[in-house]
Design a protein around this ligand. Structure first.
Ligand code: BTN
Length: 262
């Protein structure tokens, strides 16, 4: 067993968090496993963790290379707040992941919009958030989070190594995956509870704006049908990027951002 799920449960118990943890040594994708739990009626409170994935999925139909030594997890979360105010839970997951990596690994972490986890401008993790919709209603959200933890750069295909990093590469030290997972779940569920209790997503959004170092930068945004260049001004309440292109303001709800060095 590469990851000890009992250790994660023990550490979560200490934080007063009750979730069902489904642990696997290997799956195709933890998001796919989460989806099949949802098809079986689970809507909330489930965490899927796998030590490795054979068909990990990234944003824009990319694959997510997932050797043993990383953290691959999917959280099944029910919508919080009313459907009309459905907050961008990927943004919440980005803040939680950044906080967990910062506190567990003592690394200075930033987010690249929407939620790439960066250390020193290199990607150390990513988030794939998928909504399950039935009869026009979001019934559950799957927050799929991958972090490159106890891996060397040469554990990855050569063509991926540029622009990415791992926690081991940055710190020179092994990290307890159980500790990192427990911290990530603690950070996520405490933000979810706070949003529900205060009935507002705004504190999470303002935390996000502090951690997201896309803001204020010149960026290129690749979309499926267009490429935009401009200055990232803000992130709105829907989680969209507000971009000043020189020809006006563009509200970008999805895209791949490249930070330009000024
Ligand atoms: C990205 O492209 O940046 C998002 C990567 C998300 C990867 C994680 S690993 C756990 C979960 N299962 C998947 O198949 N993908 C997400």
């Amino acid at each position: 067993m590469w990851i000890n799920p009992d250790e994660i449960i023990k550490k979560l118990d200490m934080k007063g968090i009750e979730v069902r943890l489904a642990y696997f040594d290997e799956v195709d994708s933890t998001n796919n496993v989460a989806k099949s739990f949802i098809q079986d009626g689970v809507t909330d409170g489930l965490v899927v963790i796998s030590a490795t994935q054979t068909a990990g999925r990234g944003r824009f139909l990319r694959s997510w290379v997932s050797p043993p030594g990383g953290l691959y997890t999917s959280l099944v979360v029910k919508p919080i707040l009313s459907p009309a105010d459905m907050p961008p839970l990927g943004i919440l997951a980005g803040c939680s992941t950044a906080a967990a990596v910062r506190s567990t690994c003592s690394l200075d972490v930033h987010l690249k919009w929407p939620n790439d986890i960066l250390v020193d401008e290199k990607k150390v993790g990513g988030i794939l958030s998928e909504s399950i919709i039935e009869e026009d209603q979001v019934v559950s959200v799957i927050l799929g989070i991958g972090i490159n933890v106890n891996l060397e750069l040469d554990d990855y295909p050569e063509d991926l190594r540029n622009g990415m990093t791992t926690i081991l590469h940055e710190t020179g030290q092994e990290t307890s995956i159980e500790e990192l997972a427990a911290s990530l779940l603690g950070e996520t569920y405490s933000r979810i509870s706070e949003v529900e209790a205060r009935q507002t997503f705004l504190p999470v959004l303002s935390e996000y704006k502090k951690v997201c170092n896309t803001l204020g930068r010149r960026v290129i945004v690749e979309q499926t049908d267009a490429t935009l260049e401009g200055t990232a001004l803000d992130v709105d309440e829907s989680g969209a990027l507000v971009l000043e292109t020189g020809e006006g303001i563009e509200i970008v709800s999805a895209g791949d951002v490249q930070h330009l060095h000024s």
